[in-house]
Design a protein around this ligand. Structure first.
Ligand code: M6R
Length: 608
């Protein structure tokens, strides 16, 4: 996945400066290559290279680029290696058009062959380049750019968005065909971007663009048209109240650490973001469903795994957690209109999840969304969605949104349990009250009591290229999530597993000093002791996260016990993920890895 930002202005002739300020906020979407094209005096200026945004911006002095309109692109490589040649934006053959895209053009290779045979000079192996040639192909015939863009889109297959500009006018054109796109109307300037935060330095007046639409921007106007019909679509802007400070580090060395700390407030704002009657509708839909699927990827999937345990225990509802990319091949044939697909996604754009949504829609399966980014594709496609209200999550590793997702699942399971009579009124009230009033201070306490220990463990763990994180019951998802964080930001093969499965093979890996991290829910301590004993007697060094317990103390030393404050069986798994996030963070910084932008990863994966 990549990020694009484009702007046209009648009050700037040094457009590079604002392009850099806004595009920098898209860094989380891709950091393989960076490029900016501007138009000044009817000439396209193009600077691009391989590397992270800050490095390339400084080296190529991108903020000094002249002109009053321009397009910036940050790339996460799929088609074509990360290189200067494959960096975007791309020029057409005679260098009067320039474009950049986000997404995938699946028929890139046959189109490249076809266009080359027709005489086009396709310079790179990057699928984004084909967008500008597709437009040029028709523009050369008609001289009508709107018509050429519409026809160009009919050549392209895949999910994408692109922005294109001509050197002879003040317009920016953009299309949305499956990848995210937002437009902004400022004072004497308009812009378009892959996400909302990058628009906020220009304006708070936002227009959401839908799939199948194109926009034509001048500094003073924004026109939306249907790509297939060409007709003009009226849509009013709304004023975004998003907090722009959230997109800054606020004194923390990394966004990841800032966002770990923001879990204290995020678990509070969650409860003001979700409202009746939507909560009741959501819960009723789950209770009435034939089968419930929790569909998600990565950290959102791990939150869904924890959520499934909550629904079993608190509401006696079997919610089946499924990885987004697996859903159609595992359940696609059997799902129907009585089933419910709960799609969980921070970004609301993850392609594997969106594909599952499209498939479910064809089968008339109801779609419920759990989503952080409002205006995202998932919010448009869901019959009903609940927002997480976590604010922007900039760091590539998910932290606060994972915790808010788990908290929301706990909340919904309690509500469902009350409605079904699995929990009586008092039990439900007391659990809800604990969630709403105790969780946030407990998270604060967890951060403050486990930070030092997590940091101290970094030198020891950094000596290993692989180890295990084990969980049981409610903490299974916690272990998976802890292991993912360590893999993602520390480049260590941390394998998350169900602790009772460990003896069925992996136990043979254990020898003296081998690290095994356990996440232990309070009521499971007695049961888990077996699993601790199995590895301890073979020399493993046990690191644990959980509540203090005399039985566990026999196996875990003080320095290796990331003790979370006393709470209960429901809240403790939420807390236990936090020391694991801190462990991953400190291990990454100890290894001199920037945890905000781990190599090869993009925060939002809009490709299959
Ligand atoms: O935006 P989503 O929640 O759909 O993203 C899903 C995964 O790509 C994401 O959680 C990923 O695993 C994180 N970078 C992990 O920290």
């Amino acid at each position: 996945m990549c990020g694009i930002f484009a702007i046209t202005s009648n009050k700037r002739n040094d457009i590079g400066e604002i392009l850099v300020e806004c595009a920098e906020k898209l860094t989380y979407r891709g950091y393989d290559t960076v490029g900016i094209a501007t138009v000044a005096k009817n000439r396209i200026h193009l600077r691009k290279d391989k590397g992270k945004f800050d490095e390339v911006a400084e080296k190529l002095r991108l903020s000094e680029m002249p002109g009053s309109k321009g397009i910036a692109q940050l790339r996460w490589a799929t088609f074509g290696a990360p290189s200067k040649l494959n960096a975007q934006p791309h020029l057409d053959c005679d260098e009067d058009l320039c474009a950049a895209h986000n997404g995938n053009i699946l028929n890139f290779l046959p189109l490249r062959e076809q266009y080359t045979e027709e005489g086009h000079i396709v310079r790179s192996m990057n699928d984004g380049e084909i967008c500008v040639h597709a437009v040029e192909r028709y523009y050369d015939q008609s001289g009508d750019l709107i018509d050429a863009i519409r026809k160009g889109c009919s050549d392209l297959k895949g999910d994408y968005a692109f922005a294109v500009m001509h050197r002879d006018d003040d317009k920016i054109y953009a299309v949305k065909m499956g990848s995210s796109l937002f437009a902004g109307i400022g004072d004497g300037e308009t812009c378009v971007s892959s996400d909302l935060p990058s628009i906020l330095p220009v304006t708070r007046e936002i227009v959401n663009i839908h799939d199948g639409e194109m926009i034509i921007l001048t500094p003073e106007t924004l026109e939306i048209r249907s790509i297939s019909k060409g007709t003009v679509i009226e849509r009013n802007p709304y004023t975004s109240d998003a907090d722009i400070r959230v997109a800054q580090k606020g004194g923390y060395p990394h966004f990841m650490l800032k966002e770990i700390h923001e879990q204290v407030s995020a678990t509070r704002t969650l409860f003001s973001a979700i409202r009746e009657p939507y909560i009741s509708q959501f819960v009723d839909t789950l209770i009435e469903a034939n089968r419930v699927f929790f569909i998600a990827c990565g950290s959102s999937y791990h939150a869904a795994v924890v959520g499934s345990y909550y629904f079993n225990e608190l509401a006696n509802i079997a919610a089946i957690p499924v990885i987004g990319g697996q859903f159609t091949s595992l359940y696609g044939e059997s799902i129907g209109e009585k089933d419910v697909a709960v799609c969980v996604s921070q970004s609301g754009e993850t392609k594997d999840v969106i594909d599952a949504v499209h498939h479910s829609l064809k089968k008339n399966t109801k779609i419920l969304g759990v989503v952080n980014v409002l205006g995202s594709t998932l919010t448009h496609l869901s019959d009903l969605y609940l927002p997480l209200g976590s604010g922007f999550e900039i760091s590539v590793p998910a932290t606060k949104t994972y915790t808010s997702q788990v908290t929301l699942f706990d909340f919904l399971a309690i509500q469902a349990g009350r409605k079904k009579g699995v929990l009586n009124q008092n039990q439900a009230e007391s659990k809800l009250n604990a969630l709403k009033t105790q969780l946030s201070p407990l998270i604060e306490e967890t951060i403050s009591t486990t930070t030092l220990k997590a940091r101290s463990l970094a030198p020891y763990l950094s000596r290993f290229s692989h180890f295990y994180v084990l969980g049981h019951g409610l903490t299974h998802g916690v272990a998976l999530e802890g292991a993912l964080k360590i893999k993602e930001v520390c480049y260590i093969v941390a394998d998350g597993m169900y602790s009772s499965e460990f003896k069925h093979g992996p136990l043979s890996i254990v020898d003296k000093g081998y690290p095994i991290i356990f996440a232990i829910a309070p009521d499971d301590a007695e049961h888990i002791v077996n699993h601790l004993a199995e590895v301890e007697c073979r020399g493993a060094r046990i690191i644990a996260t959980g509540e203090d317990h005399p039985l566990l103390r026999r196996y875990v030393t003080e320095e290796d016990f990331l003790t979370v404050p006393k709470s209960n069986q429901n809240l403790s798994p939420i807390l236990q993920a936090i020391p694991l996030q801190l462990l991953a963070y400190h291990l990454a910084t100890y290894k001199d890895i920037d945890p905000d932008y781990p190599r090869n990863i993009s925060k939002t994966l809009t490709v299959r």
